[in-house]
Each structure stands twice: as structure tokens, then as C-alpha cells.
Design a protein around this ligand. Structure first.
Ligand SMILES: [Zn+2]
Length: 651
């Protein structure tokens, strides 16, 4: 999901008994849906045939399901309590829920009578987003179980990734969905205000029935369409190697299809754009950004493997459904008018498309380690946006104002408190903004800092290797670190331990800069001892009258934050000479002293601006005698004011 830190206003069934197939992923689940949308009632009536393979070495005596939509059943749910905003007061029709009508094993044994809600994360008795059923017989390692589930999903008015607005329907997190059986236990977390998802790969098949006037889009490839005698149409979809399925329907969509072909690496897919008629003017911006996303991610990490990619443009008023990812299907975001230089639709399109890699194919646990999808994807998004739009203007290039993505992301980190670290359960952050700035901005900038440290070529190889090694699997933070260390051949524990596990900051500064003329020699000189002393001694006992002046220049650099990172310091002298000093950055401060016949002019820590995590660039340099003191002071003041302003509105 795309979080906006700054208001941009201003600115399968196939598995049943079959052997594992040789697909891209190891299919653990298969879902076969039959769903009917009732637009007037705002409901979806669904039937789900589910098969689960116990792919673990431990027997399973129960199943656990996500029933995400019950987050919107009342303002007592964990989601609504954590969110705690005005959405908690809603008209009756705006609430949503999922009601399970029937739950049986494929041999007809009823399980509904043993279904119970559980609250593994917070014990909230009013939360019904996770359910457990005890099984009549244990599923042994390598064994399968089939279920038949009938349910009715009442959509809420659009709220976080799902719902209706008028005749626009985004049907996400809509079906009873199995958790992940790992290490002998179910990993099945409640739906939280700031958490996303985790599920196993498999085969998804759907028959979606809607009134004929609706235009439909969904995860995967459309395999059939039929018109029914009751004024409805049924669309069938199929997709392997994914872990979720979402769909949308709206009569006001205009559908655009375009082939996307890339020679190196080989990619052939169909772009399907569902653009609301109110935003038709923006269609080309969406299309171009999607082509850029396909090209950039395919070239940087690995070829996009699916036959379709569907972009959904939410209806006006449904922006809460915007900026959300599902496998092969995502929602972007725009408004009826966004100036070309404000790259909102572009950024959201590239970001959400990118989740096909980080979340879609590389299936990390978004509940527990959200940075692995959002942080890595923010890093990828920055790289793509800078590549296509220019690093100095990749976010905004409008009315003379140019802002690149890196400064934009830095704004979030600069103003942050030291409350939380990057790796943490999504629901354990002090608040939504701390979650966002850590897992998105700080994690993205961390990877950019690592890139500058390792070099772009090495970092590219790290990212490609991580994708190649972990696609269609469930990696953890440790797996990412291991890939980075293996590929770079360096011990990076010191880096990741700090940045991932501590809420502190990186801030290095030049804290003192001075130059003093060295007093002429005074005292007893060795050179004037002995029998020739008199001859060597100039008149008055001094020998320096004709010697050039000598200056003692001092530079003090300091570590103001807790994070330790080796630093380069550039010291420049009055005559233009400079020296580059290297400091391991461990102590709280370090002094460099020079005796020269010229004074020091300036000193700068991290002159290459490689440490984008440094929370204050203003203290990175000092000038002894600023040549344009007034202008420099004014510019510094302006920057400080700008940073201060933006850190306040960065919520
Ligand atoms: Zn995202």
C-alpha cells in the first residue's frame, strides 16, 4: 500500500489430489471461487472450494483463517480501535462484514459448529478477524484437506483497500483466507489498522457474476465470459503462482488493453487499464508509468512473469481504495486534474506495480516485517522515479519548484521521533506515522545508503540475487541480510543491527573549524646549542623573521546520533588544496590538526552525500570565512524553515 506522508494537495481446485505441479511456486493452496455481486445490497455472495497442502514436517490438527472484513463490522474491532478516527462513526449501511453460512470438509463433515474466533495479537474479545476450526482428522505432513465454504460479504463504504462508493466496487480481502502454517503453528494475525498480509502461494480460479452493465477486472487472466438470462454476466479468471485474489466492478470504467513486450529480459504481458470515466484525461499517464514500472523492475530484478497486469483507477470519492496492491492487479490514484509536474499517478502506479515483486512474488510477512515489502519497494520506486524523471525533479517539477524523491523521503525521517525501529510487528508502533516513516521512508533510505556504501553494481547484484533466491517463497529479514553479505562478501551486521533494530538516528557534523597563526619560535632551540651557537643565532636570538607564517588549522567532526557509520571528511584550504580524511565514526568526536602556511577554509563531512539517512545536512559543513556569508546564512535559514515546515506536515 502506498502511504502518503505529505498531503500532495499542496503540492485451486486443480490441486485436489493432484501432484505438485512444476510451476514457478510450490502450490500450497488452491481456491476456486463462485461469487455474485449484488450492487444494490452491496454484497457479494460467495462459494469457495479450498484445498490446503500441509507442506510442513509437523501434523496440523486445526486450520486458521483470516476473516478480514469483520474489521469493519463495528467500531470495537481491533482495526477500528487502533485507527481511532472519524471513520469509527459511520451510517449503518457503511459497515461491512463477512458471514460464513456453511463450512464443510470436502467429504461433507460440518465444521461451522466448531468455528471459534481467536485474537492472537491483542485478546480483544470484539475482534472477529481470525477464526479457528479443529479438524476431525489430523492433516499429516504432505497430506491435503479440502473445504467447501459458503459466505456472504457485505462491503463497507470504501475504507482501506476494500468497499463500495456509489457503483464502484473494490473487492479485496473478501474471502475466508488461510493463514500460513509455519514451524508447527499457524501464522494468522488479526487485521490491524497498519498491517497488511501474509499467505501461501497457490492456484486461484474464479467465476464472478455481475449485472451486465458492469466492467470487471481481477487478479489473473480472464479465461471466459458468458451472458446469463437474468441480465448478468459471468467472467472467469485463473492465475497460478499468486497468494491473493482481488477484483473490481464498476459500470463507469473504460477498459484499455495494450501489449507490453520487452526483448531483454524477455517479457510479454497484457496491460489492462480500467480507468474511471471521470479520469480519462489521465489514462496516458497511467499507461506510461505502468510501462516504466514493467521495464524497470524487469530489468533490475527479473522478468515480470505473469500474462496480465491490471491497473484500476478508483472512482472519484473512493481514494481510500487507491494505492493498493494485489498480485497482477493494483489500484492507482489520481484526481480529475493533477498538473503534469506533480507526479502523483506516476509514483503510485510505479509503487503499486512494484509490489508484484516485493510482496507479490517475494512473499515476506507483511504483518511482522513490513519493511521487506514497503521499504524495499520504496527503494525500488525511488530508483525508478529518478531514472525516468530525473533525481532533482522526480516528485515535483511544477511552477519553478523541483523536488526529487530522495529529499521527499528524507523529510519524513528528519522530523521523526526515536520511538520505533524498522523491524517490528506492524501493530506495535506508537502510531501510524511512526509505522510509515520506518517501514517506508527510513527503510528505503537505508537501502540507498547501503547502495552508496557497497557501490551501485554490487547493490544491483544484491537485489537481483535476493529476488531470484526468494521469489515464490517467504523470506525474512535474516534472509535479506544473508544475501547482502554473501553477494558483497562483507560483514554487514554492524550496519543492519543498528539501522534495523534501533530507533536511533544517523547524524554526523562538523562542530568546530578554526585556524590560528602559530606564534614565532620562542624558547631554547636545539639548533642553537654547541660551539657554533653564536654563529647560528640571529640577532636577538630569533631566527624566524624571514620565515613564512604558519597556521594551525583544526577541524572537529562529531557523531551527534547513535548510529555509527564510517565517514569521509573533506578539508579544503585557502589556496584550494584539499585533503580527504577517513574516520571510522566510532568515537563521539575526532579532531584533525594541520600545520600549514595557509589556513583551512572549509570542512565537510560526507561530501558525497552518500548518507541519505543523515537527519541533518545543515551541520555537515562549516566554512571559516564564507565568501557569501549573507547569502549562505539566508539559504541555510530558508532550508531550516522548509525542513521544519515539512516535518510538521509530514504525518
Ligand atoms: Zn506499498
Amino acid at each position: 500500500m502506498k502511504k502518503f506522508l505529505i498531503g500532495l494537495g499542496i503540492l485451486a481446485v486443480l490441486l485436489g489430489g493432484a501432484a505438485l505441479q512444476a510451476g514457478l511456486s510450490r502450490p500450497v493452496v488452491s481456491y476456486d471461487f463462485h461469487a455474485r455481486l449484488r450492487p444494490d445490497a452491496k454484497t457479494v455472495e460467495g462459494r469457495e472450494t479450498l484445498t490446503w497442502l500441509n507442506d510442513s514436517p509437523v501434523p496440523a490438527g486445526e486450520l486458521q483463517f483470516h476473516l478480514y472484513l469483520n474489521a469493519f463490522k463495528s467500531n470495537r474491532s481491533t482495526f477500528m480501535r487502533e485507527r481511532g478516527d472519524s471513520a469509527a462513526v459511520r451510517p449503518a449501511d457503511d459497515w461491512g462484514q463477512i458471514v460464513i453460512k456453511s463450512l464443510k470438509t470436502s467429504d461433507g463433515t460440518d465444521l461451522l459448529s466448531v468455528l471459534e474466533y481467536i485474537r492472537p495479537d491483542d485478546g480483544n474479545p470484539d475482534d472477529q478477524t481470525v477464526a479457528r476450526v479443529s479438524l476431525p482428522a489430523t492433516v499429516h505432513p504432505g497430506g491435503r484437506i479440502g473445504l467447501e465454504i459458503e459466505f456472504v460479504y457485505k462491503l463497507p463504504r470504501v475504507i482501506r483497500r476494500s468497499g463500495f462508493e456509489g457503483d464502484f466496487f473494490l473487492v479485496g480481502q473478501w474471502f475466508p483466507k488461510l493463514g500460513v502454517f509455519q514451524n508447527g503453528a499457524w501464522n494468522c494475525h488479526q487485521y490491524h489498522a497498519h498491517s497488511e498480509f501474509f499467505a501461501d502461494f497457490g492456484v486461484f480460479k474464479a467465476e464472478l457474476t455481475v449485472p451486465e452493465i458492469f466492467v470487471v477486472g481481477a487478479t489473473g487472466e480472464r479465461t471466459g465470459t458468458r451472458t446469463n438470462s437474468d441480465g448478468t454476466k459471468t467472467y472467469t479468471y485463473y492465475q497460478e503462482d499468486v497468494h491473493d485474489f482481488a477484483w473490481t466492478a464498476c459500470p463507469a470504467f473504460r477498459e484499455f488493453r495494450e501489449k507490453f513486450v520487452l526483448d531483454s529480459p524477455k517479457v510479454e504481458t497484457e496491460m489492462i487499464l480500467l480507468v474511471h470515466q471521470a479520469h480519462l484525461g489521465q489514462k496516458e499517464r497511467y499507461a506510461r508509468a505502468l510501462r516504466q514500472g514493467l521495464e524497470f523492475y524487469s530489468r533490475s530484478y527479473g522478468p515480470y512473469p505473469y500474462k496480465t497486469i491490471t491497473l484500476v483507477d478508483p472512482a472519484p470519492g473512493a481514494s481510500a481504495a487507491g494505492g493498493m496492491e494485489y498480485p497482477t492487479f493494483f489500484t492507482s490514484l489520481t484526481t480529475s486534474y493533477v498538473p503534469r509536474g506533480i507526479r502523483l499517478p506516476e509514483m503510485v502506479t510505479i509503487h503499486e506495480f512494484g509490489h508484484n515483486y516485493w510482496y507479490g512474488m517475494v512473499g515476506s510477512n507483511e504483518f511482522e516485517e513490513a519493511w521487506l515489502d514497503e521499504g524495499i519497494n520504496t527503494y525500488s520506486e525511488i530508483k525508478a522515479m529518478d531514472h525516468y524523471y530525473g533525481a532533482d525533479r522526480s516528485m515535483i517539477d511544477f511552477a519553478g519548484l523541483r523536488i526529487g524523491e530522495v529529499p521527499y523521503q528524507r523529510l519524513a525521517v528528519i522530523g521523526s521521533g526515536r520511538f520505533d525501529q524498522i523491524v517490528k510487528n506492524a501493530w506495535d508502533y506508537i502510531g501510524g506515522s511512526s509505522y510509515s516513516l520506518n517501514v517506508y521512508a527510513k527503510a528505503g533510505l537505508m537501502l540507498l545508503t547501503l547502495e552508496k556504501w557497497l557501490g551501485e553494481d554490487v547493490m544491483d547484484k544484491v537485489m537481483r540475487t535476493y529476488f531470484e533466491t526468494w521469489k515464490f517463497r517467504h523470506p525474512t529479514t535474516r534472509d535479506f541480510v544473508r544475501v547482502a553479505e554473501d553477494v558483497s562478501g562483507r560483514d554487514l551486521g554492524w550496519f543492519f543491527d543498528q539501522v534495523l533494530a534501533s530507533p536511533d538516528k544517523l547524524d554526523y557534523a562538523v562542530t568546530d573549524l578554526q585556524a590560528k597563526e602559530v606564534a614565532p619560535f620562542g624558547g631554547i632551540s636545539d639548533e642553537v646549542q654547541g660551539p657554533d651557537a653564536k654563529a647560528a643565532l640571529p640577532a636577538g636570538g630569533r631566527k624566524t623573521s624571514a620565515a613564512p607564517k604558519t597556521y594551525k588549522s583544526e577541524v572537529v567532526v562529531a557523531r551527534l546520533g547513535e548510529w555509527i557509520f564510517p565517514q569521509e571528511v573533506l578539508v579544503t584550504f585557502e589556496n584550494g588544496d584539499n585533503v580527504r580524511e577517513y574516520w571510522d565514526g566510532r568515537d563521539r568526536w575526532k579532531r584533525f590538526v594541520y600545520y600549514k602556511n595557509v589556513k583551512v577554509r572549509s570542512a565537510e563531512v560526507d561530501p558525497g552525500r552518500t548518507m541519505v539517512l543523515d537527519v541533518n545536512y545543515l551541520n555537515n559543513s562549516r566554512v571559516l570565512e564564507p565568501r557569501k556569508p549573507v547569502v549562505a546564512k539566508f539559504a541555510a535559514g530558508l532550508m531550516k524553515w522548509f525542513q521544519g515546515l515539512l516535518s510538521v506536515i509530514a504525518i
